[in-house]
Design a protein around this ligand. Structure first.
Ligand code: RRO
Length: 319
């Protein structure tokens, strides 16, 4: 770590020792994986999106990295251990023994009522973890992404935000139209305890084809799956910056998409990210990526004379 550089940050009023953690879905389904994250140099951890009941997910192959480091495609289909497993993990989470890392819990109910039931159980347990509701899984056949249904998303938030009471976050799909950034941000600004949005989930329903075999690369949904990694960097940066510019003061954006090195992490913070998640790179490289990317970002900051993330967050310039 470069001397005199501080990578700590705050999300939803909670301190993270550094800005990096896993993108939900990577290294976070089982307790064993979550413990690997605790041991790593991440600054927090988030669980795999939970449904009310455990799910096996879609048939394999359902994830693959794509050639030349451009990224990945997945159609996992929400495999998870069911919310009670993650509730139990949260109950046993030892904040003194986890290097000061906050715990984020991702919830992805298959209906608003499922989200209500899961949130109620977390409320009853009264834990210090932060809830994040996933409005953007692209891979469950027959379940469109709620993030693309503005009315449905507002209705869901109208039910869920007052129920959660505490500051919480939502995971968004990428948007591709300025009018959609405006509409979505106007909705989010209506909910006071919606503390942050995480941008972006994978770019839904891409298709990857192997020339040799003439086959698609993942089996579910005829090969259609969510794209992640370097190829989505610029879409991710656009979404981070679009919401950073539009959300009411106090609301935050967490950046995810295309981070392979300190350079892309630096771009996410310049675009406005308060924290940065790593998905495809974590999956491909393992948890050592947190150590490497923290060091790379520290070096970039030191070379520019920045000491804290606040020195440059959201300060991207226009020529
Ligand atoms: O499990 C998945 O297929 C999955 C989920 Br829940 C998500 O939110 N984003 C993604 O790319 N895959």
């Amino acid at each position: 770590m470069a001397a005199n550089v501080d990578l700590s940050t705050n999300v939803a009023g909670v301190k993270l020792p550094n800005l990096f953690y896993n993108a939900s879905g990577v290294m976070c389904q089982t307790e064993k994986e979550l413990n690997q994250l605790i041991e790593s140099d991440s600054g927090a951890l988030i669980t795999k999106s939970a449904t009310f009941l455990p799910r096996e997910g879609n048939p394999s192959p359902r994830y693959t990295a794509l050639p030349n480091g451009i990224g990945s495609i997945n159609s996992m289909g929400l495999p998870n251990e069911g919310y009670e497993y993650y509730l139990n993990f949260a109950k046993n989470y030892n904040y003194n023994n986890s290097k000061g890392k906050p715990l984020f819990i991702s919830l992805s109910g298959l209906s608003v009522q499922d989200n209500v039931n899961m949130i109620t159980a977390f409320n009853d347990a009264d834990l210090p973890c932060i809830l994040e509701v996933n409005f953007s899984c692209p891979n469950v056949p027959g379940k469109p992404q709620l993030g693309y249904d503005f009315e449905g998303m507002e209705n869901a938030l109208t039910v869920l935000a007052p129920l959660i009471k505490k500051p919480f976050g939502i995971k968004l799909p990428p948007y591709f139209d300025i009018a959609h950034f405006d509409i979505a941000a106007n909705i989010f600004n209506k909910f006071e305890n919606l503390a942050y949005v995480t941008c972006i989930n994978s770019v839904g329903n891409g298709l990857a084809i192997d020339v040799e075999t003439e086959q698609v690369l993942v089996k579910p949904k005829d090969g259609f799956g969510g794209l992640g990694g370097l190829m989505v960097l610029n879409t991710a940066l656009a979404n981070v910056n679009a919401f950073y510019r539009r959300l009411s003061p106090g609301k935050q954006v967490i950046g995810v998409g295309g981070v392979t090195s300190g350079k892309e992490a630096f771009m996410h913070v310049l675009a406005g990210a308060s924290a940065v998640q790593i998905g495809t790179t974590l999956k491909e490289e393992g948890e050592g990526c947190f150590t490497r990317i923290s060091k790379e970002l520290s070096e970039i900051m030191a070379s520019k004379g920045y000491k804290t993330l606040d020195d440059f967050r959201g300060k991207v310039k226009t020529p």
